[in-house]
Design a protein around this ligand. Structure first.
Ligand code: 5RP
Length: 218
């Protein structure tokens, strides 16, 4: 199975974790795209979605799934999203699709976060994938300087403006031994909107798609 087939397979598998009739939070990316398509094959499985990006909103609407505003929700039971990397503690790097801040907001209010990913995303130590950081544009050079002092190689992502009008810095060559401490540290830099480390609010369940089936990690 290639990576797209693995993504499709886990996107179908997570349908079994949804309580019918709910509004659920939905992430961003190609795995989530397959999930939105899978949702559209089961009529009225969900009542609607809270979307983490303009791109997911586009696909949700295209497949006839109503999109609600997070501010109108009293609570949210479930958030489903993928990751760029996930470790065995279910801490993640996210933001390859530049939607990290909105993803983090929705994840923070959801009672349960299920991460769906193909096996290439499962790692021992986070940081092979460049760590995305969303920043306010005027803070670019001062945040770049602060991030350099952490030891990695931060670079502004070219030709990308987030849905919130900000820019993304990706930190290359940056193995993260203590994800919670690093998330807190980068969050503390003025100008940082959010960092794509999901360690403080990690996933509760990971469904990992492998050639031999879906592996569940809790
Ligand atoms: C978007 C994300 C995605 O979850 C992450 O980039 C994985 O994407 P894909 O499913 O395309 O591999 O964090 O901001």
């Amino acid at each position: 199975m290639n990576s797209n087939e693995l993504k499709k397979s886990v996107a179908m598998a997570v349908l079994d974790y949804i309580h019918p009739g709910e509004i659920i939070g939905i992430g961003t990316g190609s795995t989530v795209y397959y999930f939105i398509k899978a949702l559209s094959t089961v009529k009225n499985l969900i009542r609607g979605a809270i979307s983490s990006s303009n791109s997911s909103t586009f696909f949700l609407k295209k497949y006839g799934i109503p999109v609600y505003n997070l501010n109108d929700m009293k609570s949210l039971t479930l958030y489903i999203d993928s990751a760029d990397e996930i470790n065995f503690k279910l801490q993640m790097i996210k933001g390859g699709g530049a939607a990290l801040t909105n993803e983090k907001i929705i994840a923070s209010v959801a009672k349960e976060f299920i991460c769906i990913a193909d096996e290439s995303k499962l790692v021992q130590v986070l940081g092979e994938f460049p760590l995305p950081v969303e920043i306010i544009p005027m803070a670019t050079s001062c945040v770049l300087n602060k991030l350099k002092m952490l030891g990695g190689k931060p670079k502004v992502r070219k030709n990308v403006i987030t849905d919130n009008g900000n820019i993304i810095i990706d930190i290359y060559n940056f193995k993260i031994s203590d994800p919670i401490a690093m998330e807190k540290k980068i969050n503390s830099f003025p100008g940082v909107v959010s960092v794509g480390l999901f360690a403080i609010r990690k996933a509760d369940v990971a469904l990992i798609s492998t050639a031999s089936g879906i592996k569940k990690i809790t």
